[in-house]
Design a protein around this ligand. Structure first.
Ligand code: ADP
Ligand code: MG
Length: 676
């Protein structure tokens, strides 16, 4: 057995506990060692029995003089022991643990940690942790680690296993971080770190251990990103696109747009063109707030690809978005004889029936991944809202061409620090400038008392300005469950009957059929409805310029970055737009957090704030983005991110001289969220 042994292979008690351990994400013996305590109980004060004082948390060590079960006056079961050392004796009591009399026996040496209390006019040690025998203690007499537990797996049990696994494997664990790096960064060795994170001699050692393990995590991610980037750049070749020959047409195209491209858009286009003209495939992330105009940038790239005789594919995460992008891209490019097609779950017809290749651009949902969808010459893959697609899906689409260029886009406001870590293998273009004339979306936090006047204001606004409103129902679960749909339907009924009987309301949720969704949206677009009640599905990409009011229910359930994205659904036209954040919360902290929406209008800044206030797990909803890889480090530790990045860059060219590090790197799967 070594650390890589799986829990099932390890047999015995481990095998029996396998499903419980799985809940704690412990699948191999090594995972025990990385099950990091979330706090320590300080039982390090060891006292002679004669010296204990009421109220103290202490450890005493002595001999069991007697132990027995007793019944209290109100029929509770009590376990009572007497323990003595050279200085005296003390009563020890527990409640409702009758088995203890079989575990703790008269005459044994025992170590007990707990609180000295008063019981029936006597000083007692109440419900202490106990540990039998006189060897090194792990549950008492020291800083004792406390772990996240699950039913049937207690901290005590975990502590025992971790201690044993550490002892058994200590000699075999090899240091894989080069000593020069350890020295430069004042880091303790791996073995020391693992020992001290679980069984620290002092709290400051636990802190040192934490520092070392956090360094490990970020350093390895940085190295993995560098490695991926290196492979992409050196092992893949693609056909470089000719640019100068088509410069005129391209410029003509963008001069004919009904607006001027922002400088940020122009810069992104030139970044992209530089990549497309190279012999290695582009791997670029285009990051930009909602409404910053990513679509048109990608359209220009696809147009260049078209001139070069290549097909492009544009993948969007939902049918609604695919349809909308199809309309946009078709409107932009079909006047220039570019053939744009669409394929979604419900729209397979045209492209499947005809010869499948008669298009220049295919827009679609993951339906484009289908086996029957083939390309003659796929040169460019564009993925919108890339975080919605899995690694496999991104790989499949790329395999439909020969190392096609890849442009991924996201409106998820990611703080730069995180982007540089998580997407370290990508080139980044950032649209940090909004199109001219865009107005800030006036945002108000609305508490319970002001709810009705807010509704009145909305009705008046709709009647006076002929604009439209979104009402977003509470976010209940990550994925759109029936529960979410039911809640939204109920709210819709209520709004229709009691709040806005004089307006026309539509309703959109994820469980509607594609056709129904489209109809609801079309009605809203055609102004047949005034208010669109929706579940949070509208978060991504819907573009309806006449909608100027966004009302978000239970806004405290969203992250700021998410709220910002929702808010971005309005403010698309030139009219002043508004966002009303409803909350029933009375917590000062929540109110303060939400208030930031009133004054801050840059997505990345809100994300940064979220990161500080709620931590990265919250923003990225671990399940969604697979960021569980960080157990100790934090993405808000900017200094450490910088440091590990520097060290990784320094050592990367010489990686081969460090076989242990290389081996470690190859043995782990960094669940990076950037495309593979
Ligand atoms: P996102 O970055 O959120 O995907 P879109 O590409 O959907 O944004 O663009 C949002 C809206 O802004 C669209 O209606 C688009 O036509 C418009 N738009 C894009 N670029 C500009 C610009 N430079 N000036 C004015 N409007 C623009
Ligand atoms: Mg978009």
């Amino acid at each position: 057995m070594d650390l890589q042994t799986t829990i099932l292979e390890a047999g015995g008690i481990y095998k029996k506990y396998a499903s419980r351990l799985e809940k704690l994400n412990i699948k191999r013996l090594s995972d025990f060692l990385f099950h990091i305590p979330f706090r320590y109980d300080d039982y390090s004060l060891i006292s002679k029995i004669g010296n204990v004082q009421r109220g103290e948390v202490v450890t005493i060590q002595g001999t069991v003089v007697e132990i027995k079960n007793e019944l209290t006056k109100n029929w509770k079961r009590l376990q009572k022991a007497k323990v003595q050392d050279q200085t005296g004796s003390i009563d020890v009591i527990w409640f409702n643990q009758p088995y203890l009399v079989n575990v703790i026996r008269k005459g044994e040496n025992i170590s007990l940690s707990g609180k000295i209390d008063w019981y029936l006019h006597k000083i007692v040690l109440q419900s202490p942790e106990y540990e039998i025998g006189s060897s090194e203690t792990i549950h008492t007499g020291r800083l004792v680690p406390v772990y996240s537990e699950t039913r049937g797996v207690s901290s005590k049990w975990l502590r025992r296993q971790i201690y044993k696994i550490l002892q058994d494997n200590k000699q075999k664990m090899l240091e894989y971080i080069p000593s020069s790096i350890l020295k430069n960064n004042d880091l303790i060795s791996l073995i020391e770190a693992l020992e001290q994170i679980h069984f620290p001699k002092k709290l400051e050692y636990a802190e040192k251990a934490r520092k070392r393990l956090a360094f490990n995590e970020l350093f390895l991610i940085q190295l993995a990103a560098l490695q991926k980037r290196f492979e992409w750049q050196n092992k893949l070749t693609s056909q470089p696109l000719e640019i100068s020959r088509y410069k005129k047409q391209i410029e003509q195209f963008w001069e004919n747009l009904p607006f001027d491209l922002t400088n940020a858009q122009k810069k992104a286009v030139s970044d992209i063109f530089r990549d497309l003209g190279s012999t290695r495939p582009m791997n670029r992330l285009l990051e930009g707030d909602v409404g910053s105009g990513k679509t048109v940038v990608s359209a220009i790239a696809m147009y260049l690809s078209f001139f070069n005789g290549f097909q492009s594919v544009f993948m969007a995460p939902t049918e609604i978005l695919a349809q909308q992008h199809y309309n946009t891209i078709n409107n932009l490019l079909s006047p220039f004889n570019v053939r744009v097609e669409i394929v979604t779950g419900s729209k397979k017809g045209r492209i499947m029936n005809q010869e499948s290749n008669k298009f220049d651009i295919l827009v679609g949902t993951h339906a484009v991944l289908g086996k029957k969808i083939n390309f003659d010459k796929l040169g460019l893959v564009v993925i919108d809202e890339q975080q919605r697609f899995g690694v496999e899906q991104r790989a499949i689409i790329r395999q439909k061409g020969k190392n096609p260029h890849l442009l991924t886009m996201t409106a998820t406001p990611i703080p730069r620090t995180i982007a540089l870590t998580m997407y370290g293998d990508l080139d980044l273009s950032y649209l940090d400038e909004m199109p001219k004339g865009r107005k800030y979306i006036k945002t108000w936090l609305v508490n319970r008392e002001k709810r009705n006047s807010a509704y009145e204001w909305i009705e008046k606004q709709i009647n006076q300005t002929k604009s439209q409103a979104f009402i977003i129902c509470p976010f209940i679960e990550e994925s759109e469950s029936m529960q979410t749909v039911r809640a939204a339907t109920k709210e819709y009924g209520n709004l229709k009957k009691n709040i806005f009987p004089n307006l026309k309301l539509g309703m959109l949720h994820g469980k509607l059929k594609a056709k129904e969704k489209e109809k609801v949206l079309q009605d809203f677009r055609d102004k047949k409805t005034d208010i669109l009640v929706a579940t949070p599905v509208v978060e991504v990409g819907i573009d309806i310029p006449n909608a100027t009011i966004m009302l978000i229910e239970a806004s405290e359930r969203f992250g700021l970055a998410q709220l910002h994205q929702l808010r971005g659904r309005v403010g698309r036209g030139d009219k002043q737009s508004y966002c009303l954040l409803f909350t029933e919360s009375k917590s000062d902290q929540t109110i303060k957090r939400l208030k930031a929406m009133e004054t801050t209008h840059v997505g990345a800044e809100l994300a940064e704030l979220d990161l500080r206030l709620r931590g990265p797990g919250e923003i990225y909803g671990t399940s969604q983005h697979g960021n569980k890889q960080l157990k100790v480090a934090s993405f808000s530790d900017f200094a450490l991110i910088e440091k590990t990045k520097k060290e990784a860059e320094k050592i990367f060219p010489r990686l081969r001289s460090y076989p242990l590090l290389l081996e470690k790197l190859n043995s782990i799967t960094i669940k990076n969220i950037s495309p593979d």
